[in-house]
Ligand binder design. Sequence first.
Ligand code: ZN
Length: 308
Amino acid sequence: MNWISEWALPKIKTLFGAPREVPENLWHTCPACEQMIFHRDLERNLHVCTHCGHHMRVGARQRLDYTLDAGWSRIELPKAPQDPLRFRDQRRYVDRLRETQTRTAQEDAVVVAHGMIEGSKVVAAAFEFSFMGGSMGAGVGEALVTAARLAVLQDAPLIVFTASGGARMQEGAISLMQMPRTVIATRMVKEAGLPYIVVLCDPTTGGVTASFAMLGDIQIAEPGALIGFAGARVIEQTVREKLPEGFQRAEYLLEHGILDMVVKRPEMRATLARLIGLLRVPERLAVPAEAFVALPAPAEADDAPTPA
Ligand SMILES: [Zn+2]
């Protein structure tokens, strides 16, 4: 009896079970063009489809690896109250949360790091969409406040990579309170005269769009990213009109003046480095106010545009 389970079964499993496990992770299917991509090619191309250029979703740590110089360090975040409302739907929220924490090896949906981008120091916060849809509860609010405080403390620009479905409904009103809280956090960075750059990644919706994610000095998005407040179907049903092609996509928002730039993932690092350089130039040059010569008033006062 025992020899069957101890000797024969493992043998059979090795013979039939093992080969099946190998190919699964070697090839990925692009969700946009459905072509197969070898995992090494995909990794080399920063998870951008080599056939159609579709930007696949990536995790928070992966994104920081792609953007920051090697050797960035993760910041330990203060503990936020877990399950303050003792919420329960089909399952207890606290169970759902613990399971997600184990699966993702993260406390909550945001990773905060400090490091360099091409030699310029930065503080970065990246959302993990696979952590309950990157939803914003007290833990995420705490992460963003910590990131903002750290940026001020280190005299470094703050970069936030968003990917979120919005407020975390399991935390009810407490999740909504994170909206003003994160806005105040970004104000701290601006008041300290530091750049605050937002990179909107697929998807960024709901309460995150309605708060800190739209307040960057520079608003960047990845190609094809879904960005909006309410879902397209809800809007369509409310306004009773067919929505235009590409509605709520990064390119559409750029065309309509909501974004400053749409940047491909492989160019993100260099773009951020260039922006930080440009935004911090006055400080580096340290030109005193007396150095600027006041221009003489225009001779024909009648033609001068009247100030608004
Ligand atoms: Zn593709």
